[in-house]
Design a protein around this ligand. Structure first.
Ligand SMILES: C[S@@+](CC[C@H](N)C(=O)[O-])C[C@H]1O[C@@H](n2cnc3c(N)ncnc32)[C@H](O)[C@@H]1O
Length: 229
């Protein structure tokens, strides 16, 4: 069995013990294989919209002898999956807008443990979750292959939240600073974000743009500095 990198391991760590997991955009299938093989999950659906990746997943599942516990599905997002059976939904390695698009068709997804790992557009995804009654319970920052990622755990609460731009950019990472197991990586994530926002701000100011957006970025950077400096 292939061991997971820190990004996928952070996602796996949010799966409920004994859960039935849907891994959307499974690609190689490493995550459901690890979850079932280690006994963390009792069963899984490995879903992908593209036949090529799904074939790779199916081959890897067969090689581990897990065909009875991991079912493959050629499908778009959560479409055609038996949602009533599924306890945990993982959507990792996609853009934040695509993740939102996939969830949107099946809202409210009450009672599901949602584990979301946006590659891009994390601020969009956090805002979208808040506007759709899905609360972010926790985040785990992770580093893999020299890049920083965040893994978001969310759940339907029905509470509609219009999140501010600081929360949209940092989510629950500031809270992770208080967790000894996550503190170092949370600091690294915030430093990485701080650098990224400064580069954007520098570009804006060089082009002479000084508007609400630059003021907003300055404020996010200032609040981040209170946390990490
Ligand atoms: C970059 S890979 C991520 C693989 C794995 N989840 C990970 O995080 O390492 C993205 C996968 O999502 C699949 N995908 C893209 N859009 C999808 C959709 N709407 N529904 C299901 N799978 C999708 C792609 O075919 C691809 O295999």
């Amino acid at each position: 069995m292939k061991s997971l990198d820190n990004r996928l391991q952070a996602a796996a760590d949010y799966v409920q013990p004994g859960g039935i997991v849907a891994d959307i955009g499974t690609d190689h299938g490493y995550l459901p294989i690890w979850l079932v093989k280690t006994g963390r999950a009792q069963a899984a659906f490995a879903a992908d919209i593209n036949p090529g990746p799904l074939k790779a997943a199916a081959d890897n599942i067969c090689a581990e002898g897990l065909e009875n516990q991991i079912q493959t599905a050629l499908t778009d997002g959560l479409d055609n999956l038996p949602l009533s059976e599924i306890t945990d939904i993982v959507i990792a390695g996609m853009g934040g807008m695509l993740i939102a698009e996939i969830l949107k068709r099946h809202l409210p997804l009450a009672g599901k443990n949602l584990i979301l790992q946006p590659m891009t557009q994390a601020p969009f995804l956090r805002s979208w979750l808040g506007r759709n009654g899905l609360s972010i319970l926790s985040e785990t920052p992770a580093e893999a292959g020299g890049k920083m990622y965040t893994v978001i755990q969310a759940q339907y609460t029905g509470e509609i939240l219009e999140c501010g731009s600081f929360f949209a950019h940092t989510g629950k990472i500031p809270e992770a600073l208080k967790n000894p197991d996550k503190e170092e990586m949370a600091r690294k994530y915030l430093l990485h974000l701080h650098k990224k926002l400064n580069v954007i701000l520098y570009g804006m100011s060089r082009s002479g743009t000084e508007d609400e957006k630059t003021a907003e970025y300055r404020e996010i950077i200032r609040r981040m500095e209170e946390l990490i400096v």
